[in-house]
Design a protein around this ligand. Structure first.
Ligand code: OXD
Ligand code: MN
Length: 592
């Protein structure tokens, strides 16, 4: 089969000439196709069918043990000029990138099938949406793309004879970390990923297209591609305020996006509507305000720590039609992971295919993990009980507030509001999070991660900040910008804020601020709530604790902002002067 689109046909032929697959299969997205591909993957062992009575439609996959996470050091932005990729990216000249990767791609698909996956990020036909075609030699990738994007015949139909598309080429090749490259060519609208089978590296619609190329296209075309969840907060009167929120990894984005309102709020009857858990594409609509869609169609979530308490909606979602990767395979053909719901199974097969027992210890006497800490589930968004009814709406949802957050044991208050859009951009640009035990490096060390986009901004971040500033000016009414910190600890190192569903108490204040329903206290870093305006009914929490959660220590902040300046200096003259002005103004307010 070929398509009506001459450029796609020509490109598929060229790539096949390089990779040499035995067969080429065009993916149509049908149910028969899914059944056929799954059967093939069960036969080769690429997938294992799970217990169909307990987990209907669910399958299991293990990646190679050296291929379990995004490999940022092997991820490049290939622009003609190095300065266009910026100090925030690894860079290669496009000609060098193509040459280095073609050597690995050459003949990589001998004995394999090349699947041609036409996919749409965003509802097919929405003005927000972008179309891509991914060529891959992995059935696992096809089945994940089926969940995470809209794929198949309707997408080709939409492209017609000459529609624009992103060219994505992926091959597992030999899964050798020394022969692995994740290359982005923003100027050619092209992605080449080779030598990996891990989701974040190979589901090219996700980080590669929706964030790295997307952010670059947004910069050129006047929209925004952001590493943000989107959720609607429906108050008891039925008003729904939508927020888009950026957090670095391991800060609970997925859990927040589908939280269950806690019992005992003063105003009862809140409902949460989930729009997305990872990526937001945002545009200024004809009304002059900011609207967002989630370009994805599924969730690719981290399993460990997900349970009926941390994320009940997700636990309901993943009972069917889910792909599980690198979790524990239980003897009854179901799955489990560390931090999963009890009981802890006594035995199973671990993420590396080895027999596992709950009392198994390594040579240092530490419990052996059954699931990889970055093990995942891939699940259709439509299965989430809290999914918004605007999911397929071609204009998405209007955004009232943008929320930034990080993990800071000290310093950052539970919540504060930026004075203006420009100040809010500064707040996002200076975002930082402390390393946790799950991350490589010194614990507690602060890593700057502007707008949670450091690994995902496909161009020079100084230009990205400029773009944010410009977008604010183009809006007739811009969203308010907030910063939250769920992770502040007390003198004994215990978290002061309960987190999870209780975070709604903070979102309630945010939405009320957006609707001009509550006042606020002005501080040097922004507006904070009056103590009594955070609803603590039903919580065992004194006003003194709220005050501690909201406290701002000027000396700690003066120390902190030295790091802001150091970070900005990396970008030299390209850094917009507005950001440096915000820095000076903050310093002045703190020094008073
Ligand atoms: C993700 C990530 O998988 O941010 O979403 O790494
Ligand atoms: Mn992410």
């Amino acid at each position: 089969m070929t398509s009506k689109h001459a450029e796609i046909n020509k490109w598929v032929k060229e790539m096949a000439k390089m990779c040499h697959p035995d067969h080429i299969v065009w993916i149509d997205g049908s149910e028969e196709e899914r059944i056929r591909l799954e059967a093939e993957a069960f036969r080769t062992g690429e997938l294992i069918q799970l217990n169909q009575e307990k987990l209907p439609g669910c399958v299991y996959h293990r990646t190679s043990p050296n291929d379990v996470a995004r490999t940022e050091h092997l991820t490049y932005i290939c622009t003609k000029k190095k300065a266009d990729a910026g100090p925030n990216n690894n860079w290669m000249k496009p000609s060098e990138g193509y040459k280095a990767a073609s050597e690995i791609f050459r003949n990589s698909m001998v004995g394999r099938t090349m699947y041609v996956i036409p996919f749409s990020m965003g509802p097919v036909g929405s003005p927000f949406s972008k179309i891509g075609v991914e060529l891959t030699d992995s059935i696992y990738v096809v089945l994940n793309m089926r969940i995470m994007t809209r794929i198949g015949a309707s997408v080709l139909e939409k492209l017609g004879k000459d529609g624009q598309f992103t060219k994505g080429l992926h091959s597992k090749a030999d899964l050798d970390v020394n022969r692995r490259l994740i290359l982005h060519f923003p100027e050619d609208n092209t992605i080449w990923s080779v030598g990996s089978g891990y989701g974040g590296n190979v589901l090219l619609g996700k980080k590669c297209l929706s964030l790295r190329l997307g952010s670059y296209q947004g910069y050129k075309e006047g929209w925004m591609a952001e590493h943000m969840l989107i959720m609607g907060i429906e108050d008891p009167t039925g008003y729904i305020g939508y927020i888009a929120a950026a957090f670095p990894s391991a800060c609970g984005k997925t859990n927040l996006a589908m939280l269950i309102p806690p019992e005992g709020l003063k105003r009862k009857g809140y409902r949460i509507w989930t729009v997305g858990d990872d990526i937001a594409w945002m545009r200024i609509d004809t009304d002059g305000t900011l609207w967002a869609v989630n370009p994805e169609a599924g969730f690719f979530g981290v399993a460990p720590g997900t349970n009926a308490k941390t994320n009940p909606n997700m636990m309901t979602s993943i009972q069917k039609n889910t792909i599980y990767t690198n979790v524990l395979l239980k003897m009854d053909g179901t799955v489990w992971w560390e931090g999963g719901d009890p009981p802890v199974p006594s035995e199973g097969i671990d993420w590396q295919g080895r027999p596992w027992r709950s009392d198994l210890k390594d040579e240092n006497g530490k419990a052996v993990l059954s699931a990889h800490p970055n093990s995942r589930f891939t699940v259709p968004a439509g299965q989430c009980p809290s999914i918004t009814n605007r999911f397929e709406h071609h204009h998405g949802v209007p955004i009232s507030a943008i929320v930034f957050g990080g993990r800071r044991a000290k310093l950052a208050p539970l919540v504060y509001e930026a004075f203006t859009w420009q100040h809010g951009v500064y707040v996002g640009a200076t975002m930082a999070s402390e390393r946790t035990a799950a991350q490589y490096g010194k614990q507690g060390e602060v890593r700057r991660d502007p707008m949670a986009m450091l690994p995902f901004c496909g161009y020079n971040m100084a230009d990205y900040f400029k773009h944010w500033l410009k977008m604010g000016k183009l809006m007739s009414r811009s969203p308010k910008i907030f910063n939250v910190n769920w992770f502040r600890t007390d003198e004994s190192g215990d978290f002061m804020w309960p987190g999870y569903g209780e975070n709604l108490r903070v979102l309630e204040w945010i939405i009320d601020r957006c609707r001009y329903k509550v006042g606020a206290v002005e501080t040097p870093i922004g507006y904070i709530p009056y103590t009594g305006d955070i609803d603590t009914t039903g919580l065992d929490m004194t006003p003194e604790t709220i005050d501690k959660l909201l406290a701002i220590d000027k000396n700690e902040w003066l120390e902190e902002i030295k790091g802001h300046k150091e970070f900005f200096d990396m970008f030299g003259k390209r850094m917009p002067k507005e950001m440096l002005n915000e820095y000076e103004a903050l310093k002045k307010r703190l020094s008073k």
